[in-house]
Each structure stands twice: as C-alpha cells, then as structure tokens.
Design a protein around this ligand. Structure first.
Ligand SMILES: *Cc1c(COP(=O)(O)O)cnc(C)c1O
Length: 384
C-alpha cells in the first residue's frame, strides 16, 4: 500500500448512520406528513420499546438525559436539606441535578477497576438526611447495583440510576434502569442509542411514579391549564423519536459490534505484550457490558504524551473525565466540594478513552494498538 496512512477517528457517527439513510428519510417524511411534531405515535412507540428493553412497565420521553435526572429528583421531591449520594467521576449532569434543586451532593469514591461508585463508600456516606443515591453505570457497565439497592432498601432511600451510557446493559441479567425507583437515559448522539440532537427517557417500575414523572415533564399541568406542581417543559419530539425508532431496530447488532471490538482490543493489547504498560478495562463478571467507552489506564505522567503521540498518528482519543465534578470551578466555594476522593482523582489523571464505535474495523484497531506499542518502544529507547 502507498500513500498516507488514514487516521482512526474516536467516533464516526456518519459511518453508522449512512447505511440507514433511506430508513431515516422515510421515518422523518412520515412525521412531516402527519404534522404531529410533539406527542406523535413514534414517541409512545419508542417509550414502549425502551420499557421492554429495560424490563420495566413504564418509560417517559423527555428532552435530554440531563432533564431525566432533574425530573427524577423533582418527582422524588428532593430539595434543600436533603442529601444525595453521587459519584464525582462522571459527567456533570449527575451532580448538577442535585445542586439545581438546592440539595446537597455527598460524593462517594469509585472502585478503581470498574470506575463505578463503590457500595462501601456509599454505605459510609449515608446519614439521616440521605434521600437518594444516583449510581452511574459508567462507560456501559452497571455499577454494583444489587448491593446499592440492598443498602437503599434497608435505609428507605431512593435509587435513581444514571443509565445515560448504559441502555441495554444489565447486572445479574436484570436490565439497567429496572433496579432503582427511576432510570435515566440519554439519546445524545454519542450514546449507544444516539439521536440526531438531544433526547432522553425515564423508566419507572411503579405506575404512580411514572405518572408523577410525566406530570413534572409537562409543567405539572393536569388537566390543561391547571398546574398541580411546578414542573418544567421537557419533551422528546417526534422527529427524534422517529430517528431513534429506526436506530432501535439496529441496537442489538451495534452493541454486539462494540462487545466484539472490546474483546479484540483486549486480545490485541495482550498479544502485543502491552497489558502491563496499560491497564485494560475490567469487566465485572455479573455485568452485561455494552461498551459505550473502552477506557484504559496509563501512568499519569505519560497519559498526555501518549495522547499527543496518538494524535500525531491521526488517532482520536479522549479523556472522560479530566476534572472530577467536585473539583469544578462552579462548586469551588461549596463546603461539600472539599472532599478527598483518591481513586476518583487518580482515575481522572490516568484514564484514556479509545475508539470503540460499532463500525470500527479490526484493521483500525490494529493501528491504535500499534501506535500505543510504538509509544512505549520509543519510551524504552529513551530510557535505555
Ligand atoms: C450523557 C450523560 C448525561 C447527560 O445526558 P444529555 O442527554 O447529554 O443531557 C448524564 N449522565 C451521564 C453519565 C452521561 O454520560
């Protein structure tokens, strides 16, 4: 082969969407012709499908994963004086829903092997003011949700699952979003079920909770122009639901491709003798992992130079997340932000996320692994 070696993108959304172009256009044309841009039948159909996939009786569309989290806490009536236990090694929205409502986030450190919130740290953080726990199923792998739910039940605390990255994931064969009182999903384009814009979904096992979530997502209005509670306006629109309905049909194939890619990386890194230079992602034996991210760990002093080396080879990578939420500037003056979370802080310094999207080829994965191999070979030569 001649010519420049093509790079490997972190994510190539167009590669996944282009084979479905005709299906999307047909579905979107149907919405245009119907004129039902809100509350169209595509929305309730998607709600039914997400409910089925998530093994719950109820699913409620909303405008984003961030809104799903906010609505969950609103429906649980969480506010000033209440404490909510959250991880800090997560996307901001897991925590901002708590502070938006005037409640206090209490951070629990993570298990360094899975990056997920540690049940023992949760147990240590519970106080009489604890009203809810928000475990995040990070990177597509469930947190130890059985232990978390046991703790919560004993203390009469609600569990809101942040399953934004984990649609279709499971723990002990029970779906993400079916363990807690409420599950929160995101259809942000990079998620495993990604839309063409923003979108989100709530799941609930209890019918009256589902009704409350729907009420809060519709300005607390019932019947029309009678407002029973102060809610927000948060809807999944019909265009997004139509797009997501098309993608839903292909979700299990896409997830299987992510799982194959993850297994192939692990094999390639091991075969290349790189499984000591980098820490490969650990899979909890009870988890059905859907691999929204493939996260490796690298010694902190080398992480950013490795990223530069990959970038020079045209290989995309990302750091999810470089700054834990408790260390964000907007929370600097909050007394609750002054906590020590050694595993969270170490993960933020060491983590590196590699391309794992479903259409990634084995040949592209070879290039990623070869580039990382050449980085360490160069390091070893420099050290010699
Ligand atoms: C993406 C994400 C959210 C927020 O979802 P949006 O749809 O972007 O608002 C919340 N929590 C986690 C863990 C996420 O990854």
């Amino acid at each position: 082969m001649s010519g420049p070696v093509a790079g490997v993108p972190l994510l190539d959304i167009a590669r996944g969407n282009s084979p479905l172009r005709e299906e999307f256009i047909e579905a979107l044309a149907g919405v245009i012709d119907s004129g039902r841009f809100l509350f169209g039948p595509e929305v309730s159909e998607l709600e039914r499908e997400v409910a089925r996939l998530s093994q719950v009786d109820h699913a409620i569309g909303c405008a984003s994963g961030s809104d799903a989290l906010l609505l969950a806490l609103m429906a649980l009536d969480i506010g000033p004086g209440d404490e909510v236990i959250v991880p800090s090694f997560t996307f901001f929205a897991t925590v901002s829903c708590v502070t938006r409502l005037g409640a206090t986030p209490v951070f629990a450190d993570i298990n360094p092997r899975t990056f997920n919130i540690d049940p023992a740290a949760i147990a240590a953080a519970i106080t009489p003011a604890t009203r809810a726990i928000i475990p995040v199923h990070l990177f597509g792998q469930c947190a130890e949700i059985d232990a978390i739910c046991r703790l919560a039940t004993q203390k009469d605390i609600a569990v809101v699952e942040d399953a934004a990255q984990a649609i279709g994931a499971a723990y002990h064969s029970r779906a993400a979003g079916s363990w807690g009182q409420i599950g929160c999903f995101s259809f942000y384009p990079t998620k495993n079920l990604g839309g063409m814009g923003d979108g989100g979904m709530l799941t609930a096992t209890d019918a009256s909770m589902a009704e409350r979530l729907r009420l809060f997502a519709a300005h607390g209005m019932q019947p029309r122009y009678h407002h029973r509670v102060v809610g927000i306006n948060s809807r999944l629109d019909t265009f997004q639901a139509a797009v997501l309905g098309v993608k839903m049909k292909h979700l299990s194939v896409a997830v299987a491709a992510r799982q194959e890619n993850a297994a192939r990386y692990t094999e390639m890194f091991t075969d290349a003798g790189l499984d000591e230079a980098v820490v490969l992602p650990a899979v909890d034996p009870h988890a059905y992992h859907v691999w929204n991210q493939y996260a490796i760990r690298i010694e902190a002093s080398q992480r950013d130079t490795l990223r530069q080396h990959l970038a020079a080879d045209g290989i995309g990578s990302e750091v999810y997340y470089p700054i834990p939420v408790h260390a964000q500037a907007c929370y600097a003056s909050e007394p609750w932000s002054r906590v020590e979370l050694p595993e969270t802080e170490r993960a933020a310094r060491e983590i590196l996320n590699l391309p794992i999207f479903p259409e990634l080829t084995a040949e592209e994965q070879e290039r990623v692994v070869a580039s990382i191999g050449s980085f360490f070979a160069k390091q070893n030569r420099a050290a010699a």
